[in-house]
Design a protein around this ligand. Structure first.
Ligand code: XLS
Ligand code: NI
Ligand code: NI
Length: 441
């Protein structure tokens, strides 16, 4: 693949290859072997790994206590579009060297926002033309696009949920431009993360109107994109808090309710982020399961939080056992519907070498790959699935099967219980399940 523009940004780093777990080369995959078959599909097909433009190309490590620490060699030009092209060159060099097939962006990750809507749109159109060429040359594709309707101060009270219609309209214009960009780049999906759609205090909030306005807004965005021929899936990305105290897309169950309440179930699914799940006091696997149960497991934002810190630290995944539990749900749900695994993760503020960005993504990909292999082994070779089946076997035959088939009434339960005495005590065997998982890891 042709890739590197005139300038090479990640000097001294070549294509990252699979070398197996015995390799001591830090710049090689130990478990992620793109062409390896697991449960009937290659790892590449299962995962559709994506690079997140915002963290990888834009995030220089600033935090509330200090500025960025990373000096990126791209986007140095004072001309916004020229700087954006440098960033795109670096992005595609990175994706290609990683051997990934996808990337994701917010509109203003691609190019800096201008002072007017018209000028911003022009900039986006210019960089989209450039990205088309980069996609064609590299074969890399757009997993999803989204719009950043939360950073600009105009969105301090929210975007689609803003109490002022002028801001809602401005957000609509921005989303239209981001949808146009996503469609021009053959984006496979489009994401709505709530940003500042929520409230800081209920005292000054008309929650009903704000939520209904979000419903109207999502329908408009969907109708517009469909009218332009967009065939992809829309995703809502749940998150319980941060930046607002309470986000309207709190968790998977809440977001599924939004999707159904506003009639979006034929077009919308969920993008589940690990760190958002844990902020909502759920496990990642819980959120995947809730989404899968509703037929809405669309995509994953891969990262992890910190057990001691209550915010979105967006660290790269590295917990194999936890990811294995998630991959059990993933495999049993037959994977993702339309989406992929986007590394919505950033290197730490003091990880300042360009090489660290590669190491982080290698670690993330290896964590998922190893977990997928383990989950598949657990399903194929261990007694895990048969234990689980046995636990629910009373619903397979007799009155239990009638119950599941909807053939019994409450009086039938009464009659049955009256003739069967005290139910037998049956252990849940949690430790056995945990031991099985450990045995295969
Ligand atoms: C922020 C979100 C964001 C979305 C895209 O917490 O994870 O990065 O993925 O807007
Ligand atoms: Ni995310
Ligand atoms: Ni996040």
């Amino acid at each position: 693949m042709a890739l590197i523009g005139d300038k090479e940004y990640f000097k001294g780093i070549g294509e990252i290859k699979y070398e197996g777990r015995e390799s001591d080369n830090p710049l090689a995959f130990k478990f992620y072997n793109p062409e390896q078959l697991v449960a009937g599909k290659t790892m590449r097909e299962h995962f559709k790994f994506a690079m997140a433009y915002w963290h990888t190309l834009c995030g220089t490590g600033g935090d509330p206590f200090g500025p960025g620490t990373k000096q990126f060699p791209w986007a140095t030009s004072s001309d916004a579009v020229q700087a954006a092209k440098e960033k795109a060159d670096a992005a595609f060099e990175f994706i290609t060297k990683m051997g990934f097939d996808y990337y994701c962006f917010h509109d203003f990750d691609l190019v800096d926002e201008a002072s007017t809507l018209a000028e911003s749109e022009k900039r986006i159109q210019e960089i989209v033309e450039y990205l088309k060429q980069k996609q064609d040359a590299s074969g890399a594709k757009l997993l999803w696009g989204t719009s950043n309707c939360f950073s600009n101060p105009r969105y301090m009270n929210g975007a689609a949920s803003n109490p002022n219609f002028d801001v809602v309209a401005r957000a609509g214009a921005q989303v239209k431009i981001a949808l146009d960009a996503t469609m021009a780049l053959d984006g496979e999906n489009y994401v709505f993360w709530g940003g500042r759609e929520g409230y800081m205090s209920l005292l000054n909030t008309n929650m009903k109107l704000e939520q209904d306005n979000i419903g109207r807004f999502l329908n408009m965005a969907k109708d517009y994109a469909r009218s332009q021929g967009f065939k992809g899936t829309f995703f809502i990305e749940p998150k319980p808090m941060e930046p607002t105290k309470h986000q309207y897309d709190f968790d998977a169950a809440t977001s599924i309710n939004t999707i159904r309440e506003y009639g979006l179930e034929n077009d919308f699914k969920l993008n589940i982020e690990v760190n958002h799940a844990t902020l909502a006091q759920h496990t990642f696997q819980h959120e995947l399961q809730v989404a899968a149960n509703a037929g809405m497991l669309g995509s994953i934002d891969a990262n992890r939080g910190d057990y001691q810190n209550g915010w979105d630290t967006d660290q790269f995944p590295n917990n194999v056992l936890e990811t294995t539990e998630a991959m059990l749900v993933f495999l049993k749900s037959d994977g993702l519907q339309g989406g992929g695994i986007n590394f919505d993760a950033k290197t730490r503020r003091n990880s300042t070498d360009l090489e660290d960005i590669f190491l982080a993504h290698i670690g993330g990909a290896d964590t998922f790959a190893r977990a997928l292999i383990l989950a598949d082994e657990v399903l194929q070779k261990s007694p895990y699935q048969s234990l689980l089946d046995k636990r629910y076997s009373s619903f397979q035959s007799g009155k239990g099967a009638d119950y599941v088939a909807g053939k019994l009434s409450l009086s039938d339960l009464y009659d049955y219980a009256g003739t069967h005495g005290e139910p037998e005590q049956i252990s849940g065997k949690q430790e056995l399940y945990e031991n099985i998982l450990n045995q295969y890891s």
